[in-house]
Write a protein that binds this ligand. Structure first.
Ligand code: V47
Ligand code: SF4
Length: 391
């Protein structure tokens, strides 16, 4: 199906020369340039983008749409930083609205999943001035002692940067300590926009782009895989998105450590950027498609469905996305507090599988690093009844 669509794009006399040339490159698995990426953002027809992005998606993953079963722990929303787009964090002095979990409380959350088929815990939160590297190494050790096979995906580069600095350790030394404690991978948050000028306007005081990239590079060189995000649809221009992806693509050429690119749509409720309008669904789809076409060396493109809503998540699967995140009991508050589409972002595995099947894709449960665990095309959910299935 995608080859036929392609030949139509390449041979159609109504398609401009430059778009035919980009289509030929994609067809031949060649990399597109920054100028071509920008042209796609600015001028390409959405239908054309869908054909190209879907071709790449199906070449890489066929009809598979991945999901994993994880749960979140948010140790605190107290944060020393003041990112203008953040609706979630509280300064230490605004403690009434804030939370700080003890290790025991977090272990209670871990234990509440005993016997349930989760494979990953995602730990991320604000940058608390008192929760330090030793505190988190100890937490991870306790999690691993309790459930050794649970994959620990923990801490954005922003949290890591602060932890290492406070401990007077180099990035490599700090990362080795966390790895020895049981940290398996790093989530993609905190990347925002790498352009220094825009970054300075939306999150002036947290780690710089170079520092963010150095942390991920060091992790990759130590064999720790990671994800990478972009916060899009606020004051940035298309060329900033291209430059952001260019830096990721270049680092990925060196390390091959990024598993997934995750575009995060800016939501404007209750933050210092509430005056900035949100982009529409067509823009979301354009962004997914251009991301898939440009980012030729990052294997997966993830849509975070609680942020964009279930229908857009379904549509995104035709615009390059092959992975849906936010499977079960997604208790993360960073989006709900920013006005995300889904205010109670909880979807049972069965519902997620239905969502994927409704648009003709094959639901595949994966582990964090994309090993296939189960094909859910004809899965019998009744066998999970009474086995502590979530939701
Ligand atoms: O870095 C904060 C974003 C990120 C808003 O790696 C906002 O698997 C939109 O990175 N509007 C943290 N976005 C979460 C994150 C993440 C999420 C899911 C999966 C993974 C993964 C990583 O949330 C922050 C920031 O970019 N964010 N506020 C907002 N108002
Ligand atoms: Fe803190 Fe993260 Fe919010 Fe920035 S986005 S204020 S670093 S919690």
């Amino acid at each position: 199906m995608s080859s036929k669509g392609f030949l139509e794009v390449i041979n159609n006399s109504n398609v401009d020369k430059e778009f035919k040339s980009i289509a030929e490159k994609v067809y031949n698995s060649e990399r597109i340039t920054n100028a071509e990426g920008l042209l796609l953002y600015e001028k390409a027809d959405l239908g054309y983008l869908a054909v190209l992005a879907n071709h790449i998606r199906e070449k890489l993953h066929g009809n598979k749409t991945f999901f994993n079963r994880n749960f979140h722990i948010e140790p605190t929303n107290i944060c020393i930083y003041t990112c203008n787009f953040c609706s979630y964090s509280r300064l230490l002095k605004e403690k009434e609205d804030g939370w700080e979990l003890t290790k025991e409380q977090m272990m209670e959350t871990v234990r509440s999943y005993d016997g349930k088929p989760v494979t990953e815990v995602h730990i991320v939160g604000g940058v608390h001035p008192k929760m330090n590297l030793d505190f988190f190494c100890d937490l991870i050790q306790q999690i691993k002692a309790h459930r050794p096979d649970l994959h620990v995906k923990a801490f954005t580069a922003v949290e890591l940067y602060y932890m290492f600095k406070k401990a007077h350790l180099s990035v490599e030394e700090g990362m080795k300590k966390l790895k020895e404690s049981g940290m398996d991978s790093i989530p993609g948050g905190g990347a925002e926009i790498f352009d220094a000028e825009i970054r300075n306007q939306i999150c002036p005081d947290k780690c710089s782009s170079d520092e963010w990239l150095e942390i991920h590079k060091t992790a990759h060189l130590l064999g720790i895989p990671s994800n990478v995000t972009i916060l899009y649809g606020h004051i940035e221009k298309y060329h900033h998105r291209i430059e952001h992806m260019d830096r990721i693509r270049s680092l990925q050429d060196e390390t091959k450590g990024f598993n997934t690119y995750i575009p995060l749509k800016f939501r404007n409720m209750d933050n210092d950027m509430s005056n900035v309008p949100e982009v529409n669904t067509l823009e979301d789809l354009r962004n997914y498609a251009v991301s898939r076409i440009y980012m030729d060396n990052v294997p997966h493109l993830k849509a975070y469905w609680p942020m964009i809503g279930r229908s857009t998540a379904q549509l995104s699967l035709a615009y390059g996305v092959d992975d849906l995140d936010g499977t079960i009991n997604d208790s993360t508050k960073i989006y709900t507090m920013a006005g995300a589409e889904e205010q109670t972002p909880s979807l049972s595995t069965k519902q997620l599988v239905e969502l994927i099947k409704q648009v003709g894709r094959t639901p595949i449960e994966r582990d964090t690093v994309y090993n296939v665990l189960e094909d859910y095309s004809d899965y019998d959910f009744s066998k999970e009844e009474g086995a502590g299935i979530l939701n």
